[in-house]
Design a protein around this ligand. Structure first.
Ligand code: SF4
Ligand code: SF4
Length: 294
């Protein structure tokens, strides 16, 4: 059973909720932190690194100077203007930041001077959490643009170490781009974390359309309620109209924002917000259990 926790925008409370879900499930849970551009699952779950290895993206392309005869045929072949030459038109090189790695230029070089190469674009890690959960997480090297592929690797690694009966909690990146699509693939349930703001509602509806287009079962938790009753109501109505069951509402409370500093998750927080967070998490897990039975 895979539950993907997703939100249309950053700051909605997605990672904290994923950590609270994982803490409730306990040692039979695997957490896949797919927010590879801003991975902070290890902080939220107070995880200790068990192992880490390089993630290679590729192929990139470069021109080998000792082979290039300076014919210039590769330049017009590149639709992205990534191939550069100097005034003498003898030296050619590929501007890495412009290269889209399509490989089209290699077909036009008469001497095979354009060569593919792989490079380390990030790291993929496995960590242990104090409550017994296993965390798979990754970090992309700043400036690298292959986050969708790295997300796939995080997901695959989580599936590989799953003994078969574990609940996998996927913390998806915010938005609706390629890494989000990679995070949603394989999800049995998509849990939308709806930030109780107008932009939170708008972004969540876009994300729910994406998930619905992938035939996913969608549920929601509304976070930071109680600040504006009118917006809270708009979100409730929108969820009903979109046939998205709301598993709970968590009121805004500064206490929830400080849990990570105290090595806690939302379900450990006292007061109304903590109780509602605990009830919402329980409702999600009961819903997931029903889906497993039927
Ligand atoms: S791989 Fe594609 S984008 Fe990169 S230099 Fe060659 S043609 Fe241009
Ligand atoms: S096509 Fe090949 S040989 Fe000609 S300029 Fe480009 S890299 Fe050099």
């Amino acid at each position: 059973m895979t539950i993907t926790v997703a939100s249309g925008k950053g700051g909605a409370g997605k990672t904290s909720l994923a950590a609270a879900l994982a803490a409730s499930v306990g040692s039979s849970c695997i957490v896949a932190d797919c927010d590879v551009d801003a991975a902070n699952g290890a902080i939220a779950l107070h995880a200790r690194l068990r192992e880490s290895g390089p993630y290679f993206a590729g192929p990139g392309y470069r021109i080998e100077p000792s082979l290039c005869i300076g014919c210039g045929r590769c330049m017009p072949a590149c639709r992205f203007n990534a191939i550069r030459t100097d005034k003498t038109r003898r030296t050619y090189l590929i501007a890495e930041e412009l290269c889209e790695r399509c490989g089209a230029c290699t077909d036009h070089c008469p001497v095979d001077a354009i060569q593919g190469f792989t490079k380390e674009a990030g790291r993929l890690s496995v960590s242990d959490c104090p409550l017994g959960m296993t965390l798979i997480h990754a970090e992309l090297v700043p400036g690298e643009d292959t986050s969708g592929k790295l997300v796939n690797q995080v997901r695959r690694r989580a599936d590989t170490i799953n003994p078969g009966n574990a609940i996998i909690i996927v913390d998806a990146p915010p938005g609706i781009g390629c890494p989000v699509i990679a995070s949603l693939s394989g999800a049995d349930i998509v849990l939308l974390v709806v930030d109780s703001t107008i932009s939170g509602l708008r972004d969540s509806l876009r994300l729910s359309e994406l998930a619905a287009g992938m035939d996913k079962r969608i549920i929601a938790i509304i976070n930071k309620t109680g600040l504006d009753e009118e917006i809270d109501n708009k979100i409730r109505v929108a969820m009903t109209q979109s046939s998205i069951p709301v598993m709970g509402e968590i009121p805004f409370d500064p206490l929830l924002r400080s849990v990570e500093e105290k090595d806690l998750t939302w379900i450990d927080v006292a007061g109304e917000a903590g109780l509602k967070a605990k009830a919402a998490v329980r409702a999600v897990l009961e819903y997931a259990q029903m889906q497993m039975i039927y």
